[in-house]
Structure formats: structure tokens, C-alpha cells
Design a protein around this ligand. Sequence first.
Ligand SMILES: [Fe+2]
Ligand SMILES: [Fe+2]
Length: 184
Amino acid sequence: MYGIEILVDEHKNILRLLDCMSASSYGILKGEDVDVDLFKKYIDMARNYADKHHHGKEELILFKHMVDTMGAVAEKLVNYGMLIEHDYGRLYLTSLDEALDAYRSTGDDKLKLDIIANTIGYVNHLRRHIDKEDNVIYTFAERELSDEIKKTVNKETEIFEDENLEKVKEYITWLDEISNKLLA
Ligand SMILES: [Fe+2]
Ligand SMILES: [Fe+2]
């Protein structure tokens, strides 16, 4: 099902982003300078690709149709599970952003703790979230959604993708470059 296959593919890109974020945090731990601009770019991709583009498709298309048509179990999994987890991710990014701003303006060494903690908090949180979606939520949707709703999800996903093609390409090109550098 196209509407789910594309989400699974995006998870692979997001996991690569998380690996890079983890590698850069480990660099700080080993004594490297904090590359504030690089961490800001991580936040930019996390907010615009992982959240706006990927979670956007989940929230506006797949999860919406699951809640509308699959009953109480889907409603519980989505509204009290996945959507809350998306919000937790946003919270980590806000805290990381604030720590980076504070570090940039004060140079206070202690802020490295906040940078590492919020980055790794986000990385671990999203890895668990992705694992749950790949192995529970998406498989549940694939099994239970009607053929008609699957078609609707696929169609709406196609339109969403067409509207965001160029911006997505830019993020993936940047991710290829940075992961070649950091994860080789
Ligand atoms: Fe999600
Ligand atoms: Fe997801």
C-alpha cells in the first residue's frame, strides 16, 4: 500500500538523521567543539522533514482515516499513543534549540549537558516511536483498513508528496552528505 510504504521509507531516512545526531553528540562527549550550526540544521530537518512532512502525512491522512473508520482501538492507539509521542518529540526539539541558543550566547560549558541530553532523548524517543509504527500501527492499518479507504489514503498521499517534492529532495541530499561524512 503506497500510503504506508512511503512512510516506512521515510522512517529509514529519519533513522539515518537520528544516527547522525547521535554521532555528533558523541563528538561533544569526546571533547569536540559544539557545531551549533550543524545541530540547528538537525533541528530544521527534524521539524520540517520528520515532523511537518512525515508526521504531517500520518496525522492528516493515515491516522485520520484510521480514527474515522477503525473504531475504538485505532482511536486509542492514535490519539493516546502516536499523537502524544509526536508532541514529546517536539518538546525535545524545543529544549535542544533553547540549549543551543544559550550555549551560543554564553559559551557556558555546562550547557553541553543539555545539548547532549535533549539530542539523545529525542533520538531514543523517535527510534522507539518508529519501531512501534513499523511493527504495530502500520501493520494494523494495512490489515484492517477497507480497500476503499486504502485507495483514499494512497490518493491523498500522492497529492501531499507532489506538493512537497522539491523541499524533500533538498533535505535528503543534505542527509546523504552529512551521513557519508559522519557514519562512513
Ligand atoms: Fe509517527
Ligand atoms: Fe512515523
